[in-house]
Design a protein around this ligand. Structure first.
Ligand code: SF4
Ligand code: SF4
Length: 148
């Protein structure tokens, strides 16, 4: 059954916001990544996004990779199965500034390989392509193997 949505500011004293949440913070993880500056950097991001259930966003100049994947310890009723021994990153996370009532709006966000590639094309000078075989000069050898 879907839980009623309680507004953060309406939370009763002593109640915990997590009691009214679907465990939003346990359904993904996010890591800062290098700011892309080259075609190779953007190509890596294109690869991240090609996997699906990923997105890349930029907030205050920092780039982040998000992987949408549910923690294996989140129970069906959205509780932490290992609450007392949960990882440090979870223990240090509080409801104060959590994403309970956030709509995931970012300064910049890329959800598909095509989006990041379009962005790279607008930002970077055109890629230098390797010469194809057809454009390579033809070298002919004489009978003794000398280049003519
Ligand atoms: S910390 Fe926030 S986002 Fe995470 S479960 Fe609690 S209310 Fe939900
Ligand atoms: S270990 Fe527990 S608190 Fe941490 S992400 Fe998993 S379910 Fe959430």
């Amino acid at each position: 059954m879907k839980k009623p949505k309680v507004r953060r500011e309406d939370l009763a004293p002593g109640d915990c916001l997590c009691n009214h949440c679907s465990g939003k913070c346990c359904r993904y993880f996010s890591l800062p990544i290098e700011t892309p500056t080259t075609w190779d950097d953007f190509d890596s991001i294109r690869w991240y996004l090609a996997h699906g259930r990923t997105l890349v966003y930029v907030e205050k100049g920092t780039w982040y990779l998000v992987v949408m994947t549910r923690c294996q310890y989140l129970t069906k009723d959205d509780r932490c199965q290992i609450y007392l021994s949960r990882p440090k990153i979870c223990r240090e996370y509080t409801t104060d500034n959590c994403e309970y009532d956030e709509d995931w709006i970012f300064e910049q966000v890329f959800e598909t390989p095509e989006q990041i590639w379009e962005y790279a094309e607008a930002l970077l000078p055109p890629r230098r392509r390797k010469k194809s075989r057809a454009t390579l000069p033809v070298i002919s050898l004489s009978a003794n193997g000398q280049v003519r």
